[in-house]
Design a protein around this ligand. Sequence first.
Ligand code: AHR
Length: 652
Amino acid sequence: MTRRLWMGTVVMVATVGALVLAGHGQAPADVQVAVDAGKPGAAIPAGLFGVFFEDINFAADGGLYPERIKNRSFEFPEPLMGWSRAERGGAKGTLLAIERRQAADGGNRHFLRITADAAGTGFGATNEGFRGIGAAGGEPYRVSLRARRVADGPRSLRVTLDGHDGEPLANADLDGLTSEWRDLSASLTPRSTDARATLSVLVTAPGAIEVDTVSLFPQRTWKNRQGGLRADLVQLLDGIKPGFIRFPGGCIVEGRHLETRYQWKTTIGPVDERRLIVNRWNTEMADHQAPDYFQSFGLGFFEYFQLSEDLGAEPLPILNCGMACQFNSSELASMETLDEYIQDALDLIEFANGPVTSGWGRKRADMGHPAPFNLKMIGVGNEQWGPQYGERFAVFSKALRSKYPNIALIASGGPDPDGARFEYLWSHMREQGADFVDEHYYRAPDWFLSQVHRYDKYPRTGPKVFAGEYAAHTKVTRRNNTEAALAEAAMLTGIERNADVVQMASYAPLFGHVDAWQWRPNLIWFDNLTSFGTPSYYVQQIFGANRGTQVLPIELPQAGPVVGSASLDRASGDVIVKLVNPSADPKPVALAVAGLPRARTVSVTTLGGDPETENTLGQPTAIAPRPGTARIDNGIVHYALPPHTLAVLRVQ
Ligand code: AHR
């Protein structure tokens, strides 16, 4: 629909609304909203609202991948990082990290030798976990490790799970050590809850043993998969029914240097063979350093695809395009060496979609998923910019399009939503026929409010917009408060109204560990045992659950402050109207819906409150959706829209 036609429709609907109000002798409401249900416009993609996952803030190791042991295979550059000597009851001895293979072999190269000269009540190594080990009382955990005795060393070892105060929570003796490596395991059920427990591997007799791949894993995981994802965090994701999952980031795709870029092939196959690398956020933030932040890839590309499938979301991988982070080294792969990067992309498509008879399809099947994952799109680079990116995108695009013409290509829009870099990228990607341009905006709430009509002006042809990373950043504190969430909600009404142009949008980042974050705000926060959604999370949930299938014209007073969008849900026949009042004043609303048989009922969902209020671990739903009430009087919906509130009116 052209803008002129759209405006014409709105004038007509507004007139209908005004007449109806005047005809029944009511005082005009403060905010008159008119929606035309007889003129459904653009289809709203089922995948409009998705999520952005990046391993930042300990989102993967220490978060979604719930391995409790940090540096379980002694592969950190400091092989004993995260481990300390356990000397119980006068025990004495040594801990040695031993290299069995060269770095070039990748995978699991080191193991730990524990030698007790005097065993006391136990000598060995204690793991500190990720800012402690989350141990839930009464919940079973599987402890497992690989071990062997050295010469005539002990034939058994003890694993003990202890509270932060040293109180024993659970323990087990693992017997049958021989001179050959053996996999041993036991179940530990802590007698009480402790979010900062430790796990120790001990010998209780003199002599030496060697251990590797020490793991403590909750038995209750998402879908109860062994080695699976943290159930409460996936549950929160499921709660917003994401249309897509963007992975694995973010700057992490690029790496500080090309050597530490994200390479999906090193993240699949047997978990303990996946090659650990430094996490790009390890030392990135001067005031939030995390020298113990590495990527074990227990959560790798197979798991991302599986998670997408579990949640009914489209997988959206972003791949390195031969460029390291331009905020860091800006290292470039020369055009002559780009083939390796392009091949990675081609192979990924085969890994996701290829038959089991193909090389990479076989690897997917070997990991337990013979059916294809049905990958439909791929991102070429993250926040790249400049002519070097243009050049590289062109080569990627040619190669990918010629082999996989149906895979949509997402191009970078750079780190800013405006300015010379942004303009260059848009005009270049338009010329190159990219399917999407990935826009990022981390801006103040006021900026979001000022951009509600941003996409009204975008061309209706050419690449679509992927709002691939956004979040309202409150000044100085960058808190996840109501003010930020409502600013995002306001912008999302503009996105929804322009669903023909903006076809995907994802808040970023997704997760933050309350004791180990580098960046905020984040959509979901967690500690070692519990988690909660922020007000921004509930905005995503509300928009996802009330998406509608087609855009409807909506007219609101241009002067604001109330903004909104309307859609029709073909399945239920409901007209869905979203309104955001970012102001401190209540706004009574009179909503006229033309083109509907007379509206009979309306249900209301609201989210709002004091702009400074945040959710916390202690008060996880201080700001959360609440029902509201509206009345219908002669076909007009009357609703008292509170200050600082998002409201969804579903007119049946
Ligand atoms: O979301 C955090 C970071 O912000 C992403 O890694 C990057 O793409 C952006 O700069």
